[in-house]
Design a protein around this ligand. Structure first.
Ligand code: NAI
Ligand code: MG
Length: 372
């Protein structure tokens, strides 16, 4: 029996292209793994009214972790139009598989390293080495939203909060409400993982990015919990910065920061900013980590206009494979892969279009494999 069981979910669009690239390096590394392919993505929404069929969930439950390519998502109404004719009007509602997987498998932490590899012409600076920890299941992305606002929700808010009074005269149909829900447990969990990471990889600062002066209760809770946890890690400094200022500082002095922690939406925003500092979507990897399961995926989406053309940069996917190897504790393999990636970037001979080259997705993967 193989040492690891990995659910293999290419998804759609360029998800297929980059997963093929991943397989080339995994085979070269000789990872002792069994790969279990699963269906996910747009095709299954069109054909079955479910982009994440139950049989795929079953595969995930039988594996140690999942490697995921990318999927296409569309707004509710557009999605409905693309359903097979016999499924239309039957009450199927599109919802994002990746959001569902994060919630269903309690993948509470999103880890997004953003490191400038030497020789990457797209680097904003060459000395950037950031790791973003983003809370992955709550906050503004909890999905608890209303429009119009139900009357009993309005009544309860009026009864419980004096600041609601100024909305009292607005018709309920003209009010939309999205709840920013933070639990103490999730705040503690994401912050603690960031501190553990900093300790393990000898990084000396953690920056918590929120806005507690204005969003007092949710951002406030997160920052207060961060301070408590920081007191257990005297070797690591805790820096506190507001989200708006942080966007400015990251453009001004990205090299002074190390580990960043934030809630779901702010973490989403900041991690895209950080990704662009080190070459953009072609280099941005991510891990979704829970207590019992983990899912690894490049940050980019399915880029439909490049689907099946083997044009896009596989580095984001290959760096995602490295995160999976780190997670397994396969440090030697992870290091060999990262060194090979770094050498290919530095040599600059085999480059995809985003770096001004003409090499294909699989050419780059084969070059990385050769350097392993
Ligand atoms: P996208 O990430 O798919 O692509 C945006 C653009 O970035 C592409 O047109 C391409 O120019 C560039 N790009 C992306 N990946 C690249 C790579 N590996 N190498 C070089 N260039 C790359 O984002 P977009 O166009 O906003 O979304 C397309 C679809 O993907 C949508 O349906 C969206 O909902 C979905 N999506 C899925 C995600 C996921 O699977 N987790 C994440 C983000 C978007
Ligand atoms: Mg995003």
């Amino acid at each position: 029996m193989a040492k690891y069981k990995i659910a293999w979910l290419p998804g759609d669009g360029i998800g297929n292209d980059v997963m093929e690239a991943a397989k080339i390096v995994l085979d070269e590394l000789n990872l002792d793994a069994e790969y279990l392919p699963g269906d996910v993505g747009w095709e299954f929404w069109e054909k079955e009214g479910n982009p994440l069929p139950d049989r795929t969930i079953k595969i995930l439950k039988e594996t140690d972790c999942c490697l995921f390519g990318a999927i296409t998502s569309k707004p509710k109404d557009e999605a409905e139009k693309e359903l097979a004719p016999e499924l239309k009007g039957k009450g199927y509602v599109y919802s994002s598989p990746i959001v569902r997987l994060r919630q269903e498998f309690k993948l509470h932490t999103n880890l997004r390293p953003c490191k400038a590899y030497k020789g990457n012409p797209l680097n904003y600076r060459d000395d950037i080495d950031l790791v973003v920890f983003r809370e992955n299941t709550e906050g503004l992305y909890s999905g608890v939203e209303f429009h119009p606002l139900p009357k009993d929700v309005m009544d309860s808010l009026l009864k419980n909060h004096p600041k609601m009074k100024r909305f009292e005269e607005t018709p309920l149909k003209d009010i939309a409400l999205s709840c920013r829900i933070f639990t103490r447990k999730a705040c503690q969990s994401v912050v603690r993982q960031a501190f553990k990471y900093a300790e393990k990889y000898k990084r000396n600062s953690i920056t918590i990015i929120e806005k507690p002066n204005i969003i007092r209760e949710t951002s406030g809770l997160m920052v207060r919990e961060a301070r408590k946890i920081a007191s257990e890690y005297p070797g690591t400094e805790l820096w506190e910065t507001n989200i708006d200022a942080m966007c400015m500082w990251l453009v001004k002095n990205p090299q002074i920061y190390s580990v960043l922690v934030s809630s779901n939406m702010f973490g989403d925003i900041v991690s895209d900013l950080c990704a662009q500092l080190i070459g953009g979507l072609g280099f941005a990897s991510s891990a979704n980590i829970g207590d019992d399961y983990a899912l690894f995926e490049p940050t980019h989406g399915s880029a439909p206009k490049y689907a099946g053309q083997y044009k896009v940069n596989p580095m984001a996917m290959l760096l995602t494979v490295k995160l999976m190897l780190d997670h397994f504790g396969e440090e030697e393999l992870a290091q060999r892969l990262e060194n090979a990636i770094a050498r290919v970037i530095e040599e600059g001979k085999v480059r995809t279009y985003d770096l001004g080259g003409t090499a294909s997705t699989l050419d780059v993967a084969r070059e990385v494999a050769r350097k392993i």
